[in-house]
Ligand binder design. Structure first.
Ligand code: MSP
Length: 509
């Protein structure tokens, strides 16, 4: 029986257009989803859009459209970017969909009925852009501690979620499950936050209308984070607990950026506890991208537009760069120079070159037909061992969501391949008819090692992987069974490869 694997991205606000920050979370989720599929899991990969709330209402007002018109328009921009980026999601949820609204109303009523949501009055400092209330002591220099913008004092009747009642249970859960919140530094931050004490949480608003009405009191709309977080189960059909919900909940990984960790590692688990549902297995917070050393912002006009990058450099180069350049979990800096450098050195020089050399030699020495492999000498065995170890190495790193290290494992074998050619000097062997079998063995090892390399590249660079495998005469998509040494059959036709990644000579502006 195959394992199931459920992975989610945050649902994106529709008051902003997609940039590389959004593309990054979704791309990482896609790579992990594809890797788990490659390993034989039944995968459910969820993404979507967060369409309610005051920010969306305001953005729609200033654009002269209804919130739903705005959501329809912006949602399409996200979806078309995902298509262009090669994202293969299983489902795209919009919080304005009936299935979602019905699910949220159900959870809210359920919590009201058991007394975990009650009506009270609220007075505190409110940050409109972050849609978050802060206490006096949480403010930094009188401003929002998250975005540093001014806050205003708001008093309103509000429904509250009895979050304080779940403090001990949450603390015990975090302590008993060291992998629940990752990376570790973030886990420590959350532990410290929970230990400070959890207050009851305001979960309704009366100051605007664009949201899901509180059941039985439509003067209130449900707080946007209560609404948004619930997407992870409403998309599985909740409150119906059969079907996808039964197969996929609890989620294996919620992938998010570090800015929204508290919502996922504190609020969401306590909502789930109150609803009597199992908690996520893992919440992983990745770092933030700056651009050429600066924070990305509309006012600085330095927002990196992924469509433009893909048009200029190709989708696989962008996918590779984003996951290779920065260890997942840390902050990183985007620059065109760094991207061009990765393309030229890792993709053109190392990866592409090795395939060109190999396929050219098999064509020159064996008329493009894979010869049978003879006995391996020490050099061949060492190269084979390295190639086989890569399978385990990548599995280990992917288990840790260490995408960059997984790619490093693959690149070690690519470098070993280029070195292996220099050591075995096939052009010398080719001059000696007595060394024909030896030459065949070297060609076999080179092609077979690269069959494994291109198979493992499938989650990261799907089109490149397919092209590479095609040159090596592999016609079916890689799977768990083909991820073993010796799969390439003698007699396979090997095509001389074109440059997969031509070098980029001009410096980018
Ligand atoms: N709607 C909420 C999430 C609700 S999930 C139940 C939201 N949306 S968002 O569109 O503002 O952000 C979505 C994701 O984009 C977050 O994970 C955030 O970390 C990520 N990024 C936004 N800017 C980013 C960078 N500059 N760098 C990396 N990721 C960033 O929050």
């Amino acid at each position: 029986m195959s394992r199931t694997f459920y992975i989610t991205t945050p649902i994106y606000y529709v008051n902003d257009v997609p940039h590389i920050g959004h593309a990054y979370t979704t791309l990482a989720a896609d790579v992990l989803a594809r890797y788990r599929r490659l390993m034989g899991d039944k995968v459910f990969f969820l993404t979507g859009t967060d369409e309610h709330g005051q920010k969306v209402e305001k953005a729609a007002n200033s654009a002269g459209e209804t919130p739903l018109e705005l959501a329809d328009r912006v949602m399409k921009r996200f979806d078309s970017l995902w298509a262009k980026l090669g994202i293969e999601y299983s489902d795209f949820i919009r919080t304005t969909q009936e299935r979602h609204k019905a699910g949220v109303s159900h959870i809210f009523s359920q919590l009201m009925n058991k007394g975990d949501i009650y009506l009270g009055e609220y007075e505190d400092w409110y940050c409109t852009p972050c849609e978050t209330f802060w206490t006096e002591t949480q403010l930094i220099d009188g401003k929002c501690p998250d975005c540093n913008r001014p806050v205003e004092k708001l008093k309103e009747e509000s429904y509250f979620f009895r979050m304080s009642a779940y403090q001990e249970q949450l603390l015990a859960h975090i302590e008993a499950n060291p992998d629940f919140i990752q990376p570790k530094s973030k886990r420590n931050e959350i532990l410290a936050f929970v230990k400070e004490g959890l207050r009851d949480l305001s979960v309704s608003r009366t100051t605007f209308n664009w949201g899901i009405p509180v059941p039985g009191n439509d003067r209130h709309v449900i707080y946007v984070w209560f609404d948004a977080l619930s997407n992870y189960i409403t998309a599985l059909g909740y409150p119906d607990q059969s079907g996808n919900f039964k197969d996929f909940w609890p989620v294996d990984v919620h992938l998010i950026g570090k800015d929204i960790l508290r919502f996922h590692a504190v609020y969401w688990p306590t909502f789930l506890m109150a609803a009597g549902l199992p908690l996520p297995k893992k919440v992983f917070a990745h770092g933030w991208w700056t651009v050429e050393g600066q924070k990305m912002s509309k006012s600085l006009q330095n927002v990196v537009e992924p469509n433009m990058l893909i048009d200029k450099y190709g989708v696989d180069a962008v996918r590779y760069f984003l996951l290779r350049e920065v260890p997942f979990g840390l902050d990183g800096d985007f620059s065109h120079a760094a991207l061009v450098n990765r393309i030229n050195s890792d993709l053109a020089n190392d990866l592409g070159n090795l395939l060109n050399r190999t396929t050219a030699m098999i064509n020159k020495y064996f008329a493009g037909v894979m010869p049978p492999c003879g006995e391996l000498d020490d050099t061949d065995s060492a190269y084979r061992a390295k190639s086989v170890a890569m399978l385990e190495g990548v599995a280990g790193q992917m288990g840790e969501l260490a995408f960059s290290k997984a790619l490093q494992c693959i690149w070690e074998v690519i470098s070993a391949g280029n070195k292996y050619i220099d050591e075995t000097a096939p052009w010398t062997l080719a001059k000696d008819p007595g060394k024909r079998e030896r030459l065949a063995t070297v060609m076999y090892c080179l092609a077979e090692s690269q069959r494994l390399v291109y198979s493992l590249l499938a989650p990261f660079m799907p089109a490149t992987s397919a092209k590479g495998l095609d040159y090596l005469g592999v016609t079916s998509a890689p799977d768990q069974a083909t991820l073993a040494w010796g799969g390439l059959a003698a007699g396979t036709n090997i095509t001389k490869a074109e440059a997969l990644f031509p070098r980029i000579e001009e410096r980018s502006e």
